[in-house]
Design a protein. Structure first.
Length: 292
């Protein structure tokens, strides 16, 4: 099928996608799908489309709605997990939730969780296949680069290994190497003032003043809107060297995000498992696709 803008979307299942669906039907992995709400009680029409795709393609998996304590909502075919209201209503609030160890402890009975924002779109059931790939974090390549040279994992439609995130968020490793920190302080301080800086040298050796949670708090208090996916991609291996994040080429098979046309070409003109921000970025690309 060809759109009026001239790109072709291939709907015929490839051999690999058929294998993905066969594998998915044969086994049900230990995975839950999590749908974070905002602080609104009603959904927009496009959000309803996103939920219909979830129900249609991934309806056999355990599903949870993440809701504020004070929000009156009902989703009969979802379990509801409630968190404090401060974790909803903004990017910073959502980042604080997704970078809290408590959040992952809540779902520790599962090996994986799929975060599925209300602007996500499941296009098939490849969930078992992607769980078998054993990435610790995989999402769509995104954040504005046409050549996909930046962050290879957007958190809006992303598969996460629960224990791996807990290892990162409860790590006892330093956020900053104390000796490197002290060398930088010495170089930036005039010799006569260096004795006044000595306490900083020893404070950086105390874990409570130099750890992952402190780094997260400083980020949340900073001037720029924080993004939890960026933090994990840039810092996870510092706290857990075993943490596995895919290449962009692998991630684009999982999902598309801000540049679906470029992603489509990079993925050999095949649609992925899912998409994020499908109605926010280049909606005409998705027009030929039969939305439910």
């Amino acid at each position: 099928m060809e759109s009026d803008e001239g790109h072709v979307v291939t709907y015929a299942r490839t051999r690999s996608s058929a294998q993905h669906e066969t594998a998915a039907s044969a086994a049900r992995p230990s995975v839950a799908i999590l749908v974070p709400l905002s602080n609104r009680a009603t959904l927009q029409p496009d959000e309803e489309i996103s939920l219909r795709h979830l129900r249609h393609h991934l309806g056999r998996y355990d599903r949870f709605v993440l809701a504020p304590q004070s929000l009156d909502v009902s989703f009969p075919d979802f379990d509801i997990r409630r968190f404090d209201d401060r974790y909803f209503g903004s990017v910073a609030a959502h980042t604080a939730l997704l970078l809290s160890a408590q959040f992952y402890q809540t779902f520790r009975n599962y090996e994986f969780i799929l975060t599925y924002h209300l602007d996500a779109l499941a296009l098939s059931d490849q969930l078992a296949y992607w769980c078998e790939r054993e990435w610790d974090f995989i999402g769509a390549p995104n954040h504005g680069t046409e050549k996909f040279l930046s962050v290879p994992c957007n958190g809006g439609f992303a598969l996460r290994r629960v224990e791996s995130f807990l290892r990162v968020l409860t790590s006892t490793r330093y956020a900053i190497d104390p000796e490197a920190y002290w060398r930088a302080i010495r170089l930036a301080t005039p010799p006569l003032l260096r004795p006044l800086q000595v306490p900083k040298r020893y404070l950086k050796r105390l874990h409570r003043f130099n750890n992952v949670q402190r780094e997260i708090r400083l980020m949340l208090d900073g001037p720029e809107p924080p993004l939890e996916d960026v933090f994990i991609v840039e810092n996870a291996t510092k706290y857990d060297p075993r943490f596995r994040i895919p290449s962009v080429r692998e991630a684009v098979r999982f999902a598309f995000d801000e540049a679906p046309r470029e992603a489509f070409e990079l993925n050999d003109r095949q649609l992925p498992f899912g998409a994020h921000a499908w109605y926010k970025h280049d909606r005409p690309f998705w027009a030929p696709h039969p939305l439910l």
